[in-house]
Design a protein around this ligand. Structure first.
Ligand code: EPU
Length: 335
């Protein structure tokens, strides 16, 4: 085990925040991880760093999960089980699936981060969530070093939520995720308006996995900043779910407010719209701001500190609360 001192975490978080890990270890096998856990329990687990806002130096041992590997097992005539080590890059894995003609993850193309963190916030985009294909998550319990399997139900998935953000938070390290994917007769999901528009523009009437993936990539590229160019963590807030009664009274004042029905009693409002209405979209405040093409994405223009971005987030929350009486919940992990 090679513990390094004072390592900058700037290359390891997509916001590009330059804070130091006082002690840092890179993990490349489950055995190495178990060895670390024999002596270290108070740790900070770092994965792809794509859903993370670092506001201070890390005193705890930073354990960076860099395990690699993909295993497949045929499961029935039309399905394959694919087990992926946590440190594999998510988008590279999605492209690998498309190259094998394995269906199910194509709508989740170009999402930053690693496979191991995909279940934590149940990553989702363009009508698909990762919970739809996950069969099990293998984790190590930090207290005991034991391997624990969470099946899909045990993960208790919800919108940008799972047991790993709730009761299990801080107790486990995810080391591998198993997905059930289709090998033929794929269930393509092109229902999201922008995907259909992109396919129509290409003249594609019978899309294959790659064409759906390409459509998603072009939509994301047109709206979302590439973290390699402008630091960001994707959607900074969750889309708020509000009571229907609150929605109906707001709608009287804001008839053009977009919304999605969640249940008979609950309505989801796009946070990007709320933020845009309050004048933050495209506005730069010091080294940070809300992105010009998607207000829900907060960005680092180069030298922002985590505190600066967090201060903007608080300001946005306060403004939205005052104007719409809606609480915006931060989706990103703030440390
Ligand atoms: N909108 C605005 N202004 C904006 C942005 C959005 O008015 O600046 C309104 C528009 O009415 C638009 C609606 O919001 O039609 C929805 O926008 P979009 O399709 O971009 O989706 P979103 O709700 O803002 C969610 C996810 C994204 C995911 C997209 C597509 C959350 C928190 N975010 O964004 O996920 O890519 O849907 O499925 O649910 C992420 O989590 O990091 C992420 C990028």
């Amino acid at each position: 085990m090679n513990i390094q001192q004072n390592v900058s975490l700037k290359p390891f978080n997509t916001f590009g925040i330059d804070v130091a890990a006082k002690r840092y270890v890179s993990i490349t096998s489950i055995e190495e991880l178990k060895e670390v856990l024999e002596t270290e329990k108070d740790i900070f687990v770092l994965s792809g760093g794509s859903n993370l806002l670092l506001t201070q130096a890390i005193d705890k041992l930073t354990v960076h999960i860099n395990t690699k590997g993909i295993q497949t097992e045929i499961s029935g005539v039309n399905e394959v089980l694919v087990t992926v080590q946590a440190g594999e890059n998510w988008h590279d894995f999605v492209l690998w699936c498309i190259a094998q003609n394995y269906g199910g993850l194509e709508n989740l193309s170009l999402i930053p981060g690693n496979v191991g963190t995909s279940p934590i916030q149940n990553i989702g985009a363009y009508g698909v969530e990762v919970k739809d294909t996950i069969t099990q998550v293998l984790a190590i319990e930090i207290a005991t070093g034991k391997e624990i399997v969470f099946d899909n139900e045990a993960c208790d998935f919800g919108y940008r939520n799972s047991i790993f953000k709730q009761e299990a938070k801080g107790k486990y390290i995810i080391v591998a995720v198993t997905f059930k994917l289709t090998t033929k007769n794929h269930h393509l999901n092109s229902s999201y308006g922008a995907i259909q528009t992109a396919l129509d523009a290409q003249g594609v009437t019978k899309p294959k996995l790659k064409e759906i993936s390409d459509a998603v990539i072009s939509i994301r590229n047109s709206k979302l900043p590439n973290p390699d160019d402008i630091g960001n963590s994707g959607s900074f807030f969750k889309n708020p779910v509000i009571a229907k009664s609150t929605f109906l009274s707001l709608q009287q004042q804001y008839s053009e407010m977009p919304f999605y029905k969640v249940s008979e009693q609950e309505i989801k409002i796009p946070a990007g719209w709320l933020i845009e209405q309050c004048g933050f979209k495209g506005k730069r405040i010091g080294n940070t701001g809300s992105h010009k093409n998607q207000a829900l994405v907060l960005v680092n223009y180069g030298n922002a500190t985590g505190e600066e971005i967090y201060a903007l987030a608080k300001r946005i929350q306060k403004t939205i609360k005052e104007r719409f009486t809606i609480d915006l919940e931060i989706e990103v992990n703030v440390l």
